[in-house]
Design a protein around this ligand. Structure first.
Ligand code: PMT
Length: 409
């Protein structure tokens, strides 16, 4: 499964370092080439000789121990790796990665590498739930670092709880999945498909200087658009007001800017007949002011009443006129997530519906991560844990590709 993959294995100083020997052995058995960097603390728990024997290569512990004068070791290793895996990852290395500290061979190499990074945290349950660790992990997740969540159980420190490094077999399986994903991306399963993604919040004007909008930053929609493009689709983004910039214009990716729900509908409807997949990640206003004042409204009286009229429901309208398009809706919920999600899915005739509890920490509006539940007409398809919006975008588009083409497993 991992034949020829170059894995840089970083081992840090926790009791779970003993499991790194088994991990290294399993990686080699699966055909991976493994190079090992150990921190000084890791060598307190397990010997370099063990990892050298298992990886069949010298182990790096010191930034200044240049084994080959032709190269700078930490840059050479950083460039060599297909993936850097830190297992176990202590609270200390997680903090260093989060702020970019490079004060030993491992942290320096991790800062220098452009390879994807995966970490398998292991620590005491109170350390794992400490706000500093939570914040650092969220920072890394947002940056695309892959986290192999620790398991729960009896910890070496005597406590019972979450913090036990995932078993080597499971980490190897996650790695295999990761490389399988890369292979699928290379297969370009959405080549020849047109994917339209709405992103951001609509703007409903009251007068020339005021409007009604919402907290959508555009991050979720843009992440989906990038994922669709990476799987080979021609992508059109229809974006309302956003806090972040859309992906840079490139061949196969265009961005149309709109303000109101009506404008969003017109833009999406104009290309609906050619659309293969529509993803409605935008937060659309259900109501708009009945009147848009031509001049700035003047202050008068102690109270003011705005009269609103119902907006078109873009998803529902297009759902009624589907001609083979694959329709993915979102549901931003604060309560009764499943019930509301299934109601929207059926009412709006979606093929998939992505529900997020926008009150949950690390989910919904503005954050770099999300926690989503995916439904189809038969009910729950999958629940995804807290992941970067990029990763969620890929999972959604992979699922859509699989359902649309039936070839993509
Ligand atoms: O942009 P971010 O900051 O990254 O935040 C992401 C997000 C929270 C905006 C996103 O994950 C999300 O939940 N988007 C949908 C927000 C929303 O409008 O949800 P809703 O439950 O009100 O609407 C249900 C669906 O109908 C949505 O797909 C929406 O686009 C669509 N809709 C709603 C109203 C309307 N008039 N027309 C529509 O098409």
């Amino acid at each position: 499964m991992l034949t020829g993959k170059k894995i840089l294995l970083g081992i840090t100083g926790g009791i779970a370092a003993y499991k790194a020997a088994s991990l290294c052995s399993k990686l080699v058995q699966q055909g991976a080439e493994v190079r090992v960097i150990m921190t000084g603390s890791a060598t307190q728990f397990i010997s370099e000789l063990t990892l050298q024997a298992l990886s069949k290569h010298p182990v790096y512990t010191d930034t200044f121990d240049e084994k080959n004068p032709q190269v700078i070791a930490h840059i050479d290793l950083a460039d060599w790796a297909d993936l850097a895996l830190v297992a176990p990852a202590t609270a200390n290395i997680i903090a260093k990665m989060a702020v970019g500290i490079a004060d030993d061979m491992l942290s320096t190499t991790l800062l220098a590498t452009e390879a994807p990074i995966m970490i398998a945290p292991a620590m005491n349950v109170h350390m794992y739930t400490h706000p500093a660790v939570t914040r650092n992990l969220a920072e890394l997740t947002g940056r695309g670092v892959l986290i192999v969540e620790p398991g729960s159980g009896q910890l070496a420190c005597g406590y019972t709880g979450k913090g036990r490094m995932e078993e080597p077999e499971a980490i190897v399986a996650v790695l295999a999945n990761y490389f399988a994903r890369q292979k699928r991306v290379a297969e370009q399963p959405l080549a020849g498909k047109k994917v339209v993604v709405t992103a951001g919040g609509t703007v409903e004007r009251l007068d020339p200087v005021r409007y009604i909008t919402n907290d959508s930053s555009g991050k979720m929609g843009f992440a989906i658009a990038k994922a669709a493009r990476s799987l080979g689709a021609e992508v059109v983004i229809v974006a309302g007001r956003t806090e972040v910039s859309p992906p840079a214009f490139s061949e196969g990716l265009t961005v149309t800017r709109v303000e109101s729900a009506l404008e969003m509908y017109e833009a999406v409807n104009a290309i609906w007949a050619d659309t293969d997949i529509l993803v409605k990640a935008a937060a659309v206003a259900d109501y708009r002011p009945k009147q848009i004042a031509e001049q700035k409204m003047k202050k008068s009286g102690e109270t003011m009443t705005l009269e609103l009229v119902k907006n078109i429901d873009i998803l529902e309208t297009l759902g009624r006129s589907k001609m083979g398009q694959f329709l993915i809706g979102f549901a931003a919920e604060t309560d009764q997530l499943e019930q509301n999600a299934l109601d929207k899915l059926r009412r709006k005739n979606c093929d998939l519906l992505i529900a997020n509890d926008v009150t949950a920490e690390g989910a919904g509006f503005g954050s770099d991560t999300n926690i989503v539940h995916v439904y189809d007409q038969d009910g729950l398809v999958q629940s995804l844990p807290q992941l970067s919006k990029e990763e969620i975008g890929l999972r959604i588009m992979e699922l859509a590709a699989e359902r649309l083409t039936g070839e993509f497993k």
